[in-house]
Design a binder for this molecule. Structure first.
Ligand code: MN
Ligand code: MN
Length: 292
């Protein structure tokens, strides 16, 4: 049961033929500061029409890539119901052998996606881009809050199979838990002091998996390039960091999401960035598949 919507640019395929399936999850009920990410899936879709169908980095024209846009999931009751629904929907995509591309919504969506891989017996590593550690056991009593996303994903796949890049905000307890449990994360100081390709290589080596799931919380990027987020944090990833990451990742990826874009406080650039990144990731993964 899905409402009418504008599909993502170049998503002209049917579900049966799709290599990529785009799924919007317009959920933002646990947002802790500025809500509005429920409007992001459609804002990102609109922004996707800004870009050329041809992706020069990978010599791929997205018009020739089978992409199906499944639209948005329905409104839900609680966050727990939403997470369960996301797992169920993403399992259908994985059962078909397609790559899920999930548009948040807030970060609470991502553990639901990761759970689907787990339920399907797929051994994955999770790479997280985020300003926040998201490692609280609960936030105001809500375990599936977006402030707990990385903690939940670490529970699903094992904390040793998670790496976070861009962290510059945490509470003391999260820091202690991350240390005690052995969560690998790279901070804004790492971004400043180290060569970024080394950070990405170290994260990938730590994960040590064929299949990498990438979850991009838009606030991991610097507010100068991604102003439209619910919880803006200065000193984030630049566009160049992101480009390096995109070049280094495709090939070992099994799916991704882009979450926490907040259109009511955006000037349009954050939705555009999300659409661009999604397009580049699909092109990169497709070109890698072509080459076997
Ligand atoms: Mn987050
Ligand atoms: Mn965040």
């Amino acid at each position: 049961m899905r409402s009418r919507f504008l599909h993502f640019a170049d998503a002209g395929s049917e579900f049966e033929d799709a290599e990529f399936v785009i799924l919007g999850v317009p959920f933002d009920a646990t947002s802790s500061f500025r809500s509005g990410s429920r409007l992001a899936p459609n804002a990102i879709r609109e922004a996707s029409y800004n870009f050329e169908t041809y992706i020069k980095e990978f010599d791929v024209d997205l018009e020739s890539v089978p992409i199906f846009d499944a639209g948005n999931m329905e409104e839900y009751g609680t966050v727990d119901e939403m997470v369960e629904d996301v797992t169920r929907e993403v399992k259908k995509i994985l059962e078909k052998g397609a790559i899920p591309v999930v548009l948040g919504g807030e970060h609470s969506v991502s553990p639901g996606v990761v759970k689907a891989y787990k339920d399907m017996g797929k051994d994955i590593g999770v790479m997280v881009i985020d300003a926040h550690l998201d490692f609280r056991d609960d936030y105001l009593g809500v375990r599936n809050s977006h402030a707990c996303a990385t903690r939940r994903m670490a529970e699903i796949v094992g904390v040793e199979n998670v790496a976070v890049i861009g962290v510059r905000s945490m509470c003391k307890e999260e820091r202690e838990d991350a240390k005690r449990m052995g969560l690998l994360y790279f901070t804004d100081e790492d971004l400043q002091e180290r060569k970024f390709p080394e950070i990405v290589s170290e994260a990938l080596a730590h994960l040590g998996k064929e299949r990498i799931y990438l979850t991009i919380d838009a606030d991991g990027l610097d507010p100068s390039i991604a102003p439209g987020v619910g919880n803006p944090e200065p000193f984030g990833l630049t566009g160049w960091h992101l480009r390096t990451l995109l070049k280094m990742l495709p090939g070992s990826m099994c799916g991704f999401d882009f979450v926490e874009v907040c259109p009511p406080v955006d000037n349009g650039n954050t939705s555009a960035l999300a659409a661009k990144v999604i397009r580049q990731l699909m092109a990169g993964l497709h070109s890698n598949r072509d080459q076997g």
